[in-house]
Ligand binder design. Sequence first.
Ligand code: ADP
Length: 184
Amino acid sequence: MKKLIFLGPPGAGKGTQAQILSSSYHIPHISTGDILRKAVKEQTPLGQKAQSYMDQGELVPDHLILDLIKERLSQPDTEKGWILDGFPRNVSQASFLQTLLKDLDSAADYVLNLEVPDEVLVARLLGRKRKDDNEDTIRRRLEIYHKDTVPVISFYSDRHMLKAINGNTSMEKVTASLKAIIDE
Ligand code: ADP
């Protein structure tokens, strides 16, 4: 059983690594960022509400995200495992997830924190050229990360669930470190 939560700042490589592990372990990759970008592209009611927050690098309000996660983690393809990427992003999302998993008779196996210094992140994100990857938005996303998401790291280390991984190295090495933890 592989139920994995990926933590790390924007640009840490969560999405890339989650995709690789999702295909090696045959478990769904659940990225709230991808779900939201698809909703924006299709201009669904969720997408219309989320768009301005995303464009400014702010977090989308919790009430828009929590139902979506509950829905997704209740689908039958999640029984053998999953990778959460981009969620939880603040402590209230993390508490919600603990309760939700308990209700589903489930639990995360590992919380994997990809560590990359801020100056490396800015350079990586500026090279990526996604719509919300301009310098002001990147700075704002990093600020929000430090304010709202860094406390999630303590939330999980307090519960002895956290594993730290150096994300400031080659993609292959990061994948190998992640697999070493998961397969141990
Ligand atoms: P990155 O990790 O590069 O910031 P993501 O694809 O994870 O990119 O997220 C892009 C944007 O989507 C965020 O800046 C935020 O506006 C929104 N978002 C994604 N996940 C969440 C979440 N769990 N809670 C609130 N907003 C979110």
